[in-house]
Design a protein around this ligand. Sequence first.
Ligand code: 5RP
Length: 290
Amino acid sequence: MADAEDIQDAARFHVGVAHRSEPFFLKGCEHLDWGIKNRLANIFDPTSGRTVMLAFDHGYFQGPTSGLERIDLDIVPLARYADTLMLTRGILRTSIPPSYNRGIVLRATGGPSILKELSNEEIAISIEEAIRLNAAAMAVQVYIGGEYETKSIHNLTRLVDAGNRYGIATLAVTAVGREMTRDARYIRLATRICAELGATYVKTYYVPGFETVTAACPVPIVIAGGKKQPELDALTMAYNAVQQGASGVDMGRNIFQADNPAAMIQAVRKVVHDNATPQEAFDLLQQLKG
Ligand code: 5RP
């Protein structure tokens, strides 16, 4: 009898079977601790490895932007289609239901309004506050080549240090000043600097030659939507970006200024998560609008 029990025990313990450990799905993030990986898995979809971030933090420097006049009425209904929300702590506290259970990316720098020199930002949140609000990531504006380049880089590195201490990711947002040429060479420079200085992931603009930007950046990149464009153009930009190595989009105006934002975000999801072509996503958009 004793011998038979031993055999059963050995079977339960699977002696001789190597411990299984799933590789983490995001580029350059394998070395991170469990907490930060768990938060990243609440920003990026582990199945596609990509994200549709809904950005509506514009008010932190430009007040009630067109489409964001009533976050409670116009943005909250879109939250169910987003993998994560990018917003300020003021809007999170006042307008987002705490039952929202995906990742929160908190705007963590600020200062000047559109009436002043925008690049002169400071860190605008403490790490304790980010933890209290259950942030998955903190977003920091980085102005490579701008007047306050060094200051914005210091903002990034301070937030990276604080975030790494507690397992919160840092999203570096490469802001391109008017005096900069928005081309692959500049975007490669800006994104690589952010990654080298510790950003967990980087947000930047889609430019021709984008595959060289993603190839040269050792952490995930998401693209900003930028100014409102015709829907097919915005879907084409998202498609080109993910096909050229982006890990998703962080899109604001092209979603919330669309004539049917709920349909548009679902069309963007089709491109990002299902590799749909721009035309397939556009057809879905028309169908949802109908
Ligand atoms: C400002 C930001 C904004 O949150 C974001 O880029 C705006 O998104 P969109 O350009 O798609 O409206 O980071 O720099």
